[in-house]
Design a protein. Structure first.
Length: 404
């Protein structure tokens, strides 16, 4: 069965058509910079060259239509018709406590996911636009939702509760949920396998302490101990934790009231600022959220880019310290997602903080991008690596399991 996996991020739509029998990718690609200037579709059928189509994409609906047209294109496509897609697996960000595992998409599941929209305002609506677009174009094809929150359901109470009146948890389920769970699940297991192959084959996944830094437009750090997520930096919503592309991450909660008085704005307006105009964009005083732009400005000596880069890296280093303490040690630190896989400046600067763990970095290895690579030296006390995430493969496996 061919499974189309759709992964709508805040500014991107990644897709893969996967043969679920042999888990080979038939075609894949990405719509980048959705909603910002320079949007493009990069499409590649297996074994063929990439085709880049530059076209404005105002939203995820337009992006989804472009992907389906590319897959069925008479010249460069891989399908005669959309009927050759047996199922669609969608990444869905927030399932609250309603979903602790993946679900076959029905009207009820769409409604229940919509009820979580306020908890993930940048993501759930984008995810659901992908669901609705596929349903419009392929009404008979079964679809599965794979939730980012599911992997973190193993967190203990002490990690998921906030220090606020307990009744808010009881009444409204205000707690830490965590996100990027599909990526953290895949990458933690894969990094353990890579560690076994290259460093020490006597340590099973269930015996390792792993810190996964998922650094994309959204970014989170997870502590994985004995194969389970025990803490993660995102919270009730994907706003908490690291400084991100446009999101603030951790702030003093009193800032919201303070700014709402100073700026004469509602709480909703301030929250929108924290989601959409903060992070490295806010720290630079505007400009690009893309780390390729920020890194080249940083290397060119622009002070606003340096300010953003330094704060971004420092926050990651602080979380690594916190999770090392939470697990009473760490065996593997693993970078993943767009920035974690490709940005050697970010990885290198984070690791400059980690000398106290006995970590030393191999600079030549750290220059390698986009593949499994150990970037620490052989005598480093902790193994630091970069591993490409594969949320799509995880989603295809769950989709197959639910529709077969
Ligand atoms: P999301 O899925 O959250 O939208 P990604 O994981 O695609 O985001 O990460 C986006 C970030 O990754 C951008 O800041 C971009 O600069 C960086 N990135 C992605 N691909 C590359 C690459 N090939 N080289 C350098 N940076 C990259």
């Amino acid at each position: 069965m061919n499974i189309l996996v759709i992964n709508c991020g805040s500014s991107s739509l990644k897709f893969q058509l996967i043969n679920s029998e042999n888990e080979e990718t038939i075609a894949k690609g990405i719509c980048e910079r959705i909603g910002i200037t320079g949007s493009q579709l990069i499409y590649a059928a297996a074994g063929k060259d990439k085709i880049i189509t530059e076209k404005p994409m105002d939203d995820h609906l337009i992006a989804t239509k472009m992907v389906l047209s590319a897959l069925t294109d008479p010249v460069n496509g891989v399908l005669k018709s959309l009927n050759e897609i047996g199922a669609v697996g969608h990444r869905l960000v927030h399932g609250g406590e309603k979903f602790n595992k993946s679900a076959l998409i029905t009207e009820d599941v769409i409604r229940a996911t919509e009820e979580c929209n306020e908890l993930a305002p940048l993501h759930n609506p984008a995810n659901l636009t992908g669901v609705l677009a596929c349903r419009e174009l392929m009404p008979e094809t079964p679809m599965v939702g794979v939730f980012d929150t599911a992997f973190h359901q193993s967190m203990p109470e002490k990690a998921y509760l906030y220090g606020i009146p307990y009744e808010y948890y009881e009444m409204y389920k205000v707690r830490r949920y965590g996100f990027h769970g599909t990526s953290h699940a895949y990458v933690s297991r894969h990094s353990a396998e890579y560690y076994q192959a290259k460093v020490d084959n006597s340590r099973p996944f269930e015996d390792l302490k792993i810190i996964v830094c998922h650094l994309g437009n959204g970014a989170s750090v997870t502590a994985v101990k004995n194969g389970r997520s025990i803490d993660t930096s995102m919270g009730l919503t994907p706003l908490e934790g690291l400084i991100m592309g446009t999101r603030s991450g951790d702030i003093d909660p009193a800032i919201i009231e303070f700014l709402s008085h100073k700026e004469n704005k509602t709480i909703e307006e301030i929250t929108a600022v924290l989601n959409k105009k903060s992070g490295v964009v806010g720290l630079q005083g505007g400009g690009s959220s893309d780390f390729r732009d920020i890194t080249s400005d940083y290397l060119a000596g622009k002070p606003e880019a340096a300010r953003a880069m330094k704060a971004y890296v420092y926050r990651i280093a602080k979380y690594i310290g916190a999770y090392t303490a939470a697990m009473n040690g760490v065996d593997i630190i693993c970078f993943t997602a767009g920035i974690g896989e490709n940005n050697s400046i970010v990885r290198g600067e984070v690791c400059e903080y980690l000398g106290y763990l006995g970590i030393t970095i191999d600079n030549a290895a750290n220059d390698i991008k986009g593949e499994d690579i150990i970037i620490s030296t052989a005598d480093s006390k902790v193994t630091v690596m970069s591993v490409p995430t594969d949320e799509e493969l995880m989603i295809a496996r769950d989709t197959r399991a639910l529709v077969m």
